[in-house]
Design a protein around this ligand. Sequence first.
Ligand code: ATP
Ligand code: MG
Length: 226
Amino acid sequence: MGLSLRCENLEKTYGRAGGPTQSVLRNLSFTIEAGEWVVLMGDSGSGKSTLLNILAGIDPFDSGEILLDGRSWGPMNDEEKTLVRRHDMGFVFQNYNLFPFLSVYENVALPARLVGKHDRQTVHSLLQEVGLGDKHAKFPSQLSGGEQQRVAVARALIHRPRLLLADEPTGALDHLTGRKILELMTLLHKEFRPTIVMSTHSLEAARYGNRILHLRDGQFVPPPGP
Ligand SMILES: Nc1ncnc2c1ncn2[C@@H]1O[C@H](COP(=O)(O)OP(=O)(O)OP(=O)(O)O)[C@@H](O)[C@H]1O
Ligand SMILES: [Mg+2]
């Protein structure tokens, strides 16, 4: 079952004291229940990636609190954060962030290896499911953008994380391939009920989730009218 997620008065500003600053997240408070699939929408630059990277514990935030299953993220030391990330989280980054010196197979297998759950059959079948069964020995630089994105999705799901943070996971994919990936995510969501926070610009992709959160000017706002 997924992790629950609670943010209280989250603030994030870019820029330095004395220079121009940009307030990206303003006093943001929300709860995501365990097992929910929440979709983050909002214009380019509205802060979707910023929020996902903060939830992942990769980027710092200025103030507020993040609670994972009621446990505060902020005071955890790096070692504790690494353990939570490794065991409980999966990430699909907007720019994929694959390991360039690892093959497709090894990129996908790595998170499972790190938690002692590596199994060749599972890696190969997940690669089949994202349509890359024949590309397991290639390296990221030998793949198209959409293929790299599908490796990133497989890598994020291989260890069955309790929280999947996916930044535009179908952003680089054609319509049909995107749908296949969302259907795979739906299947896995039914099977092991991870909590999913996914950003997208696509209304069709957004419909796969349970609830949409619209970001504008650093806050969640009602969805834009027709
Ligand atoms: N490292 C950074 N330093 C300064 N400003 C940043 C940094 N990262 C992001 N920003 C700014 O924060 C704002 C939000 O960026 P973010 O990447 O979160 O937007 P987004 O909603 O993910 O957009 P997109 O849909 O284009 O991916 C942008 O205006 C961006 O310029
Ligand atoms: Mg983004």
